[in-house]
Ligand binder design. Structure first.
Ligand SMILES: *Cc1c(COP(=O)(O)O)cnc(C)c1O
Length: 367
């Protein structure tokens, strides 16, 4: 037995520790997880009702075409239904795009520090990865990415806001990039955290879609919509491009529970507005606290902040863990003195800041 040569070096995904395991191992009664950019307020109550209402439908296959949800999302975006594809999370849409487009030898461009699933899926398909370092503000360097385009380039991945740094590109920046990139190159604009944006400068995806065929926007119900457990996200693009992605999709890739919950969730924009406001307040609170502690951070436009703790990230991660706070250590993300922390509820944020303050006293500074 011989697996594909080019997957032999791939690591198996290491998930963060579940809350219950941390409680058991460390003998803690309360553990706060601020590691996976999950919504501290859960999902819309309407989505919960929709899930419960499905409880006697477990023996029935889902609608493989997700017709009802597709219509609702198309209406929400003012696009045609054939411009949308759903996946088991936008993770799966990334996989499907890679599966549909890459042949071995293709080149694909992404930032050195960005969402890992672009690289992972491109490698599985045998594409050559071209990574471009972030700029000094922690954002993707679009000019440098553009300069790497060759006639072998198949896909460019832009994560906006970028995970793990939280930085964003404005509409103007993305529009300029789209105008310059050859139309033979597919641009994936991953907008997993778009709904958190409060700048008024976030890219108008719809305008870009009207102008360019070579772009797919990725959206998810996992972040502000609070449905990560159900696994549902989607891509929006030109009908021809979406059709190609649909051709490699499994027939029943999203569950009926996820479809119904997403339908109810997208109709409840009041819940989304409230989450956005509370998140923005949480960011202001945390940044003010970091300022007091003399810590610098990248601009944060999602529901997480990457902060420089000026100490080895692994040690700060472990020390926070012992106090019942799970964050993402930058040592695993290519940022040896930074941590990425999800914005929680105000109570969670205050507990995190208190824990961080005492951890900073325990762990010696090391620049
Ligand atoms: C969380 C996340 C996703 C996808 O999450 P799904 O749960 O698979 O929808 C995609 N892109 C980025 C940048 C993310 O942070």
């Amino acid at each position: 037995m011989q697996p594909k040569q080019h997957i032999m070096h791939l690591p198996v995904y290491q998930p963060g520790k579940p809350i219950d395991a941390v409680k058991r191992e460390l003998g803690l009664t309360e553990v706060i997880k601020l590691a996976s950019n999950e919504n501290p307020f859960g999902c819309s109550p309407k989505a919960k009702e929709a899930i419960v209402a499905m409880a006697d439908q477990t023996s029935i296959y889902p609608d493989g075409a997700a017709v009802e949800l597709t219509e609702e999302v198309a209406k929400f975006w003012n696009v045609d239904t054939n411009q949308i594809i759903f996946g088991a999370g936008s993770d799966e849409v990334i996989l499907l795009i890679a599966r549909a487009f890459f042949v071995p030898g293709d080149e694909t461009i992404m930032a050195t520090h960005t969402f890992p699933q672009y690289k992972h899926n491109a490698e599985i398909e045998g594409a050559k990865i071209v990574e471009v370092p972030l700029d000094e503000n922690g954002n993707q360097n679009l000019d440098a990415m553009l300069a790497k385009v060759t006639d072998k380039t198949k896909i460019v991945w832009i994560c906006n806001p970028n995970n793990p740094t939280g930085t964003m590109h404005t509409h103007e920046e993305i529009a300029k990039f789209m105008a310059a990139v050859p139309s033979s190159v597919l641009v994936i604009l991953d907008e997993a955290y778009a709904e958190y944006n409060t700048t008024g400068q976030y890219p108008d995806g719809l305008a870009l879609l009207r102008q360019y065929k070579n772009i797919i926007l990725l959206r998810t119900f996992s972040k502000i919509y609070g449905l990560a457990a159900l696994r549902i996200g989607y891509g929006i693009g030109h009908p021809d491009v979406i059709r190609s992605v649909n051709q490699v999709r499994e027939p029943f890739n999203t569950t009926s529970f996820a479809q119904k919950a997403a339908l109810a969730a997208i109709r409840d924009q009041a819940f989304i507005d409230s989450c956005r406001e509370q998140n923005a307040a949480g960011i202001r609170y945390m940044q003010a606290e970091f300022d007091k502690l003399g810590l610098s951070y990248f601009e944060a436009h999602g529901n997480f902040i990457m902060v420089d703790v000026k100490r080895p990230a692994g040690q700060v991660f472990e020390a926070l863990l012992r106090k019942g706070i799970i964050v993402r250590g930058g040592h695993q993300l290519g940022f040896p003195t930074k941590i990425r922390v999800t914005v929680g509820s105000q109570e969670q944020n205050e507990k995190f800041i208190a824990a961080l303050e005492s951890v900073l006293k325990e762990v010696p500074v090391q620049v």
